[in-house]
Design a protein around this ligand. Structure first.
Ligand SMILES: NC(=O)c1ccc[n+]([C@@H]2O[C@H](COP(=O)([O-])OP(=O)(O)OC[C@H]3O[C@@H](n4cnc5c(N)ncnc54)[C@H](O)[C@@H]3O)[C@@H](O)[C@H]2O)c1
Length: 385
């Protein structure tokens, strides 16, 4: 019997999910119900025989679905996820799994009380072959001891019109953060998936540096790992053309991913070993370059939904378990928290402390934003990355 899925939220990404699901791109996953807060958005789906709801809780309790895909703004992920789990449903939740760490822990605690149900996160970058290849190389120890990671992640350019496209966008109250929590949360997920969590972070965030928004749109973060490796993560929604360059350096070589090219430069001898044993002061190990070819995932969101379906129906392991979603939200929160405190923050982050600070930011907000419509086509290009 196929999985009967309900989709909550028919905004930009919700409609994208609906399209490939209704095209039958995910075998054994049948979209049977949708929920939007406005009736008019339900019409085209009702015309195709789907049940339509304006109240998510009604969809959850309807008995028409055994799983939901939550594609609403961030703050509702926790409440809807908990409601769905408590109703006995499996849950795929859009990124971030919650708007902040303490909320994510509430969702995960609920999932732990329902161990037979699946909770997964929509972290579709994990199915991109380039990251899978890097992960494989790291797991095989090809880079030796990790020394440095640098990710310049500034190709998330957004216009004022983008920020005006939803009242919740780029506000502490509606979104809980800016570029870290929204645009490059996927990169933070990949970073932590590849290298684990740093032990401490120092963030330098500029709020509304390039846009009329109250949250961060420019970020420089210093990351320090427990074994002494260091990292720098940069992001911006105000820089064009922007750069997306990931470098991971280890004692046995360096990986560089940029412009659809992944290059592994291997040291003939482990650099730390060379340093200890070389008899001259300015010599370096010989190197060889290897370009590692990769394709782009054809339909990454559909691939994750296929995995979710297999997890529910066959017990297949999840590519992106919901519990993994804690790391990216925690790192995003910690970088902003550190910036506002003007201090280094040790991880694990004190989620309650950040929740209090976020509450203060929401209370102090004087931000009033203009909301304008943008075309769906305009959005479509934004997540094809
Ligand atoms: N994985 C990805 O590639 C990707 C891409 C874009 C957005 N997202 C995530 O998806 C979520 C939604 O983003 P978006 O760009 O589609 O936002 P959006 O504003 O375009 O759409 C959100 C929709 O949810 C609806 N909604 C709000 N509360 C609801 C409720 N209780 N029940 C039903 N519908 C409700 C809104 O009316 C709106 O139509 C965010 O968490 C975002 O971070 C993920």
């Amino acid at each position: 019997m196929p999985l009967r899925l309900g989709l909550i939220g028919l905004g930009n990404i919700g409609r994208h999910h609906a399209t490939y699901l209704l095209e039958g791109r995910v075998p054994r996953c049948e979209l049977t119900a949708v929920c939007a807060t406005t009736e008019s958005k339900l019409v085209p789906y009702r015309e195709q025989g789907l049940a339509g709801y304006t109240d998510a809780e009604a969809l959850i309790r309807s008995g028409t679905v055994n799983a939901v895909l939550i594609a609403t703004p961030h703050y509702q992920h926790t409440a809807l996820g908990i409601a769905a789990l408590e109703a006995g449903l499996h849950v795929m939740v859009e990124k971030p799994i919650s708007a902040h760490k303490a909320d994510a822990e509430r969702l995960l605690a609920c999932a732990a009380r329902h161990p037979k149900q699946i909770l997964a996160g929509m972290f579709q970058q994990r199915v991109e072959p380039r990251y899978a290849k890097i992960r494989d190389l790291l797991e095989r120890g090809e880079l030796g001891r990790l020394q440095r990671v640098t990710w310049i992640n500034t190709d998330w350019f957004r216009t004022e019109t983008y920020y005006a496209s939803g009242g919740w966008r780029a506000t502490w109250k509606g979104e809980g953060g800016g570029v870290l929590l929204n645009q490059c949360l996927h990169n933070l997920d990949v970073l932590t998936w590849l290298l684990g969590m740093p032990a401490r972070v120092r963030g330098f965030c500029r709020m509304g540096q390039w846009h009329a928004i109250e949250v961060e749109d420019q970020v420089t973060a210093y990351l320090e790992y427990a074994d002494g490796a260091s990292g720098v993560f940069l992001s911006s929604t105000g820089e064009a053309p922007g750069t997306n360059r990931l470098e991971i350096a280890g004692s046995r070589g360096r990986l560089v991913l940029e412009n659809q090219r992944l290059v592994l430069t291997r040291n003939a001898t482990d650099a730390l070993e060379w340093s200890r044993t070389a008899t001259v002061g300015f010599s370096k190990p010989e190197t060889t370059d290897e370009q590692i070819p990769f394709d782009n995932a054809a339909a990454p969101h559909a691939a994750l939904m296929e995995n979710f379906t297999a997890a529910v129906l066959d017990g297949a392991p999840l590519i992106a378990p919901g519990s993994d979603g804690l790391r990216s939200v925690e790192l995003a929160n910690a970088i902003v928290h550190s910036s506002l405190l003007e201090a280094t923050v040790d991880l694990p982050l004190d989620g309650a402390a950040w929740e209090r600070q976020l509450g203060d930011l929401i209370a102090a907000s004087r931000h009033r934003k203009e909301v304008r419509a943008v075309t769906p086509d305009d959005f479509a290009a934004s997540f094809r990355r």
